[in-house]
Design a protein around this ligand. Structure first.
Ligand code: PMT
Length: 221
């Protein structure tokens, strides 16, 4: 384990998708594999951080020296993250949290009776914004923003709206960047106005580059 500014600091990372139950056998979700979040957790642990990885349902092994908490829904993810609101030094939201969940949950299996069926959705809590809204000056809040239209203005909006210290604008092309694949293309924006565009690289490498940038920010804290 290398010594770094992250050594001994608590880092909380969310990863993977969330599942929002429709009934006892069905759910709404997305294609997040957890690879980006797990790469960040692994890289932070290697720098000696005390890492808590809050993960939705994924098929990945737990990195060494990482405390993993498995959750299913956005509400469960929020509950797990809230436990570390006070203690964590750095929170990174790499999860693809479902923005909405079905308003009602029906136990068992809903029968098909009609040609159409409506599922009313209600907003989920914003886990990252919830952390950022209550953080102290010594804590850092970091998010991701995957935009299919490739519009980085949306990422900047999220940086400001959620009061983040950094956001990784994540492109998605279905081949070398975004969900599921081993590589990613991100651009890092910081609250103090810097923009760092990184080329396509392994998610493991992108995680290291993000932590390098975050260490520089911690140095100034
Ligand atoms: O898991 P992989 O297959 O490796 O893919 C990685 C990834 C593409 C999922 C990841 O790099 C990524 O971009 N994650 C964020 C996806 C996204 O579009 O998030 P968002 O724009 O809905 O949300 C912005 C930020 O707020 C994210 O940090 C998200 O974790 C957080 N958020 C969003 C909604 C919510 N209810 N709670 C949150 O905490």
């Amino acid at each position: 384990i290398g010594k770094s500014l992250l050594t001994g600091r608590q880092v909380v990372v969310t990863a993977g998708p969330t599942r929002e139950k429709i009934d006892g056998v069905r759910f709404i979700s997305n294609y997040s594999s957890g690879k980006m979040g797990f790469a960040l957790a692994c890289a932070a642990a290697r720098r000696g951080a005390e890492v808590v990885l809050v993960s939705g349902p994924v098929a990945l092994p737990t990195p060494d020296r990482v405390e993993r908490i498995d959750v299913e829904s956005a509400e469960e993810m929020e509950e797990a993250v809230t436990r570390f609101h006070q203690s964590c030094d750095l929170f990174i939201g790499a999860a693809a949290v479902a923005d909405y969940r079905p308003e009602t949950f029906r136990a068992g299996k809903i029968k098909k009776n009609n040609e159409t069926m409506d599922i009313r959705l209600v907003r989920n809590p914003d886990i990252l914004a919830g952390f950022a809204a209550q953080k102290t000056p010594g804590q850092l809040a970091v998010g991701f923003a995957l935009e299919t239209e490739g519009n980085e203005a949306y990422a900047l909006e999220k940086l400001q709206a959620k009061q983040l210290d950094m956001i990784a604008f994540n492109t998605y092309d279905g081949k070398s960047s975004g969900f599921e694949v081993d590589t990613n293309q991100i651009t890092l924006f910081t609250a103090d106005g810097t923009r760092t565009e990184l080329p396509v690289m392994e998610k493991k490498e992108a995680a290291k580059r993000m932590l390098d940038a975050l260490e520089k920010m911690l140095e100034k804290k």
